[in-house]
Design a protein around this ligand. Structure first.
Ligand code: SF4
Length: 202
């Protein structure tokens, strides 16, 4: 399956617009319960006003809430962005840290966000990103029987070579968006169909 993904989705990559690791952190926080397309629309202007952790750390919370309103959960997202950037300024000299342990100390950063940042911004294979697409597809493809993201990540890490962890997350997310959709998977046009056990698909 990984060979087929590489054949048909050779350029799968992170779809969140960013120019530096801090911007990727902000975009990933905004992407919770929101599409990457919407996040990219918002960050296009947001990053002009706030180009760095220093700028986000000084942001007026009410203004920031308005600016990210359309991504949903805007109050908690604004708080997390400001608090994590304040910590980056205070404890990490304005630079996003590149270890899982340090990233997990930032507000609003869990394993999923940390894995996105490490894989995409630093090219470090720390784990597999388990978002809603990876969760759904991993079950349908028979890679896991769990609904728990941490368990799914362990199952995937055991199945995959470490060198494929970063690519696999991007490829599965893309495949979930375009073919193996939540409500109606397009099995008849799917290049994985011959190998897929289609668990839970009616
Ligand atoms: S065959 Fe169907 S269920 Fe399996 S990955 Fe493809 S679209 Fe998803």
């Amino acid at each position: 399956m990984i060979n087929l993904l590489k054949k048909y989705r050779p350029t799968a990559h992170c779809a969140l617009y960013h120019k530096n690791p801090v911007q990727l952190l902000v975009a990933t926080i905004l992407s919770a319960q929101c599409t990457d397309k919407r996040v990219n629309q918002v960050t296009k202007t947001l990053f002009k006003k706030y180009p760095s952790a220093a700028a986000f750390a000084k942001a007026n919370l009410k203004e920031l809430e308005k600016e990210i309103y359309s991504t949903g959960f805007f109050r908690s997202k604004a708080q997390n962005i400001k608090a994590s950037c304040q910590k980056i300024q205070k404890d990490f000299k304005g630079q996003l840290p590149s270890s899982l342990e340090e990233l997990l100390t930032l507000s609003g950063v869990g394993r999923k966000t940390a894995n996105v940042i490490l894989g995409t911004a630093f090219n470090i294979s720390s784990g597999v990103v388990v978002d809603t697409h990876v969760k759904r597809l991993s079950n349908r493809l028979g890679f896991t029987h769990s609904k728990d993201p941490e368990r799914i990540e362990k199952d995937l890490c055991n199945l995959l070579l470490k060198k494929d962890w970063i690519y696999f997350s991007h490829a599965l997310i893309l495949h979930g968006r375009e073919v193996c959709k939540a409500r109606v998977p397009r099995c008849s046009t799917c290049f994985l169909e011959e190998l897929c056990p289609k668990k839970g698909v009616k």
